[in-house]
Design a protein around this ligand. Structure first.
Ligand SMILES: O=C[C@H](O)COP(=O)(O)O
Length: 353
């Protein structure tokens, strides 16, 4: 850690170019607002290793900072309910299983349209504008059923692609998979990076591949999954985040959900500091998506606190923040039910996801 950087766990030793301020404007303080607002795309930059090569990350300082988020910084009562509704609006409701079927995707889409039970929505006073999730995330061959089941809802379909989860098929096939998913109607593509390029510090190769993937996405937004559990060090996480953003990623995402270690707060903090540095260098606002192993309302609150404290209010909206989760919604719904009734029900009383 750079000792001059008071309390900054993931600090970058970077040159000091004229850094434009972030181009986003806070949208106000009310948390219960809906919408998948249009997100200006990140055009990327040329590859600039000088922005990240000298990075140092202090592991223990990063862990200490992360540990504060789930503990003393909690929100209670109606504030907590509002944050949980916000979390629902930011969920990429996901099914990425070998036994996925159009029927399962159809059921998931129904849940995406009405993620919180009607009586709870009414009790929360949200019946006029019931919340929906941020997106539904599926494998490429499930995009068409998802698009059909979500027709008219305004909920985008995200598809994983590029040989998810390992990303080790030849590049032409990975690019073809992106084009297939876009052709099927996916509006967002969650690509996986080639971890070997990070582990061998081959930044040119990583940059070129992600650039080519962005090109293949066309109008679809690109989320770059770094699979941080495979990247060995937080320095690598920071560098891979930077290269992914320079190559034009609209979001950087932690994990596939298939690594041994998936989303953690220290890794997320490191990615967010990279995101913030990239914003200072370029003026571009890039989105963040933690994913993998996030199961509880408590997880949702910890990551929302991280976004608010590190990046500010704009990163509490689905155009800049998503939570990738296949099984978090039921616990959030249960907590919201407790808020409106004062009673806890068993998790099994809450539908799918
Ligand atoms: O992209 C989303 C992840 O695959 C979801 O992981 P999960 O099944 O652990 O929630």
């Amino acid at each position: 850690m750079d000792k001059t950087d008071k309390g900054t766990p993931a600090a970058s030793k970077k040159p000091a170019p004229a850094a434009p301020a972030l181009s986003v404007v806070p949208t106000g303080s009310a948390l219960i607002v809906s919408g998948q607002g249009a997100h200006a795309r990140n055009p990327g930059t040329a590859l600039k290793p000088e922005w990240f090569e000298a990075i140092e990350v202090n592991l223990s300082a990063t862990e200490r900072r992360a540990a504060t988020l789930g503990g003393r910084r909690t929100v209670k009562k109606e504030y907590q309910a509002a944050w949980l509704v916000k979390a629902v609006q930011c969920i990429d409701l996901t099914t990425l299983a070998g036994d996925d079927t159009p029927g399962r995707v159809h059921r998931l889409a129904l849940k995406a349209r009405r993620p919180i039970r009607e009586d709870i929505v009414e009790a929360l006073g949200l019946a006029d504008a019931p919340p929906t999730v941020g997106a539904v995330c599926v494998y490429p061959t499930m995009v068409a059923p998802a698009v059909k089941a979500l027709a008219g809802s305004g909920i985008p379909v995200a598809s994983v692609a590029t040989g998810f989860p390992a990303g080790l098929t030849p590049l032409p096939q990975r690019l073809a998979e992106i084009r297939y998913a876009v052709d099927q109607g996916a509006q967002e593509i969650d690509i996986v990076i080639n971890r070997a390029q990070v582990l061998t510090q081959d930044w040119n190769a990583l940059y070129d591949e992600i650039r080519a993937m962005r090109e293949a996405c066309g109008e679809a937004h690109l989320k770059a999954i770094l699979a941080t559990g495979d990247l060995k060090t937080l320095r690598n996480v920071y560098k891979a985040s930077m290269v992914a953003m320079m190559a034009g990623s609209d979001f950087i995402k932690t994990s596939t959900g298939k690594e041994d270690v998936n989303a953690t707060l220290p890794v997320s903090l490191t990615m967010i500091r990279a995101l913030r540095d990239y914003g200072e260098f370029t003026g571009e606002a890039v989105g963040f998506k933690p994913a993998g192993g996030l199961r509880t309302a408590k997880d949702a609150l910890a990551w929302l606190a991280l976004m608010k404290e590190e990046l500010g209010r704009p990163w509490l909206e689905p155009n800049l923040f998503r939570i990738g989760a296949s099984s978090m919604l039921a616990d959030i719904e249960r907590q919201l039910e407790h808020f409106v009734t004062g009673r806890y029900s068993a998790l099994t009383h809450h539908a799918l996801a």
